[in-house]
Design a protein around this ligand. Structure first.
Ligand SMILES: Cc1cc2nc3c(=O)[nH]c(=O)nc-3n(C[C@H](O)[C@H](O)[C@H](O)COP(=O)(O)OP(=O)(O)OC[C@H]3O[C@@H](n4cnc5c(N)ncnc54)[C@H](O)[C@@H]3O)c2cc1C
Length: 398
């Protein structure tokens, strides 16, 4: 009888895990994927939506044909409860039994982080980025000062920086550069920390970029309120704005917390280096859904970004271990998040920075940051390649 593998989530981590398991096990695995969104969304492109440089269909595609072509079943619904003892997941489309479960349900915005966050433009989901498009249009009709930022406990700093530098580029195109004040507010201890700390030259490079673009940086800051016209900092200062985009912290999906001992305080699943949950051998968690302990203390709480490359790597590790378990072997493939290589391109509109390191988190033996306009072209090429790769289901490609 085929092993029943149930995957919750169909984006970077879920799609990769499901297709990798299918390709290794073929008919020996009956793979079902459940997700409330029937689209794969390439989140790294959300930075461009507010400026009209991309639309919904440019950055997403329907996942069902991709999965079905490779023999997996797609259920368009949401998981509502995991019962690891009964090997069952309740979903809006009925109960599903499993032999192996992969939780790849990613993140949701934690909008309670600061009063006013839920009314403030952000870009962390497709609908959010579409709403921010409207806010940017209104701003162009009535320009004024701009605040871009990431709140306390935020982790997705790459998106905040990319949006900051793209905003600067767009202000130039609109003839507003130098006429309005552009401020970056962040919980990071310094601009260039990125939530991963220690990238060589990052601090100097970000200082140079900010100076060249006329950006005022407010690092080490906690926000106490976001009003429709001002970001209020914990020290009482008010940063007035006509347009703001703020990145909130993320949390794991709420339904996971209904299962005792499954998730930590942030709603993420604590995992072993095999990506098995700490508690259950047949429950895996990959991508943003997997917990990563923050190995340092900063004055203002700063999260760790869980990017696409490690999400896919984790999915491959989990897939190999499930294949072993199905074959009656021990799940021995292990790769801690901190030791996965970092590979990231930070776009700046018509410029950018490539960041490559042997490890996501310090200590690192090799790490380099390469600035230059070629990085914009590289990010666009990366977008086209990733979307084509995922749509074709060729998840074994790098
Ligand atoms: C604006 C932005 C820019 C980014 N830029 C970059 C970048 O330049 N480079 C990079 O590497 N990374 C970038 N990232 C990070 C990257 O998007 C994430 O690493 C990636 O999305 C993680 O994939 P995931 O599959 O773990 O989670 P997600 O992408 O969050 O996917 C979660 C999946 O779970 C599903 N789901 C949700 N709830 C349920 C439920 N109840 N039941 C079943 N399924 C559920 C969702 O529908 C979705 O399919 C960026 C992120 C953002 C927001």
């Amino acid at each position: 009888m085929s092993a029943r593998v149930l995957v919750l989530g169909s984006n970077f981590a879920g799609l990769t895990a499901a297709l990798s398991i299918r390709s290794h096990l073929g008919r020996d695995a009956d793979v079902t994927v459940v997700a409330p969104s029937d689209k794969f969304v390439f989140n790294p492109s959300l930075i461009w939506l507010p400026f009209g440089r991309r639309g919904r269909t440019d950055v997403s595609f329907p996942v069902a044909p991709t999965l079905e072509k490779r023999g997996a079943t797609f259920v368009h619904g949401a998981a509502t409860y995991v019962d690891p003892e009964a090997h069952r997941v309740e979903t809006t489309e009925g109960d599903l039994d499993y032999d192996y479960l992969v939780i790849a349900t990613g993140y949701r915005n934690d909008l309670d982080v600061v009063p006013g966050m839920s009314e403030t433009p952000t870009i962390t989901t497709l609908p959010d980025a579409e709403r921010t498009y409207d806010a940017w249009r209104r701003f162009l009709d009535h320009p004024g000062d701009v605040v871009i930022g990431a709140t306390q406990r935020a982790s997705c700093f790459g998106a905040a920086y990319e949006f900051l530098f793209n905003t600067s580029y767009q202000l130039r195109r609109a003839g507003l550069h130098g006429k309005v004040k552009l401020t970056y507010v962040t919980s990071e201890p310094y601009a260039g920390h990125f939530g991963i700390d220690g990238m060589p030259g990052a601090r100097t490079l970000m200082k140079m970029f900010a100076k060249k673009e006329g950006i005022t940086v407010e690092a080490n800051q906690s926000m106490s309120e976001i009003r429709p016209d001002a970001v209020v900092l914990d020290d009482g200062r008010e940063l007035d704005y006509r347009f703001a985009m703020i990145v909130p912290p993320f949390r794991g999906q709420d339904f996971l917390a209904k299962t005792p001992d499954l998730v930590d305080a942030g709603g993420y699943v604590p995992v072993r280096p095999t990506y098995q949950s700490e508690r259950w051998d047949d429950v895996y968690a990959v991508g943003i859904a997997a917990a990563v302990p923050v190995p340092w203390t900063t004055q203002v709480a700063t999260g760790i970004p869980k990017t696409g490359f490690p999400s896919e790597q984790q999915a491959h590790v989990a897939a190999k271990n499930i294949v072993s378990q199905v074959r009656g072997e021990e799940p021995t493939v292990a790769k801690e998040f901190a030791k996965i290589p970092a590979l990231c391109v930070m776009d700046a509109g018509n410029n950018g920075v490539a960041m490559v390191a042997d490890h996501m988190l310090p200590p690192r033996k090799a790490a380099v940051m390469v600035p230059g306009p070629q990085n914009h072209a590289f990010k666009v090429a990366f977008e086209k390649y990733s979307l084509a790769k995922m749509k074709a289901g060729r998840v074994s490609l790098p």
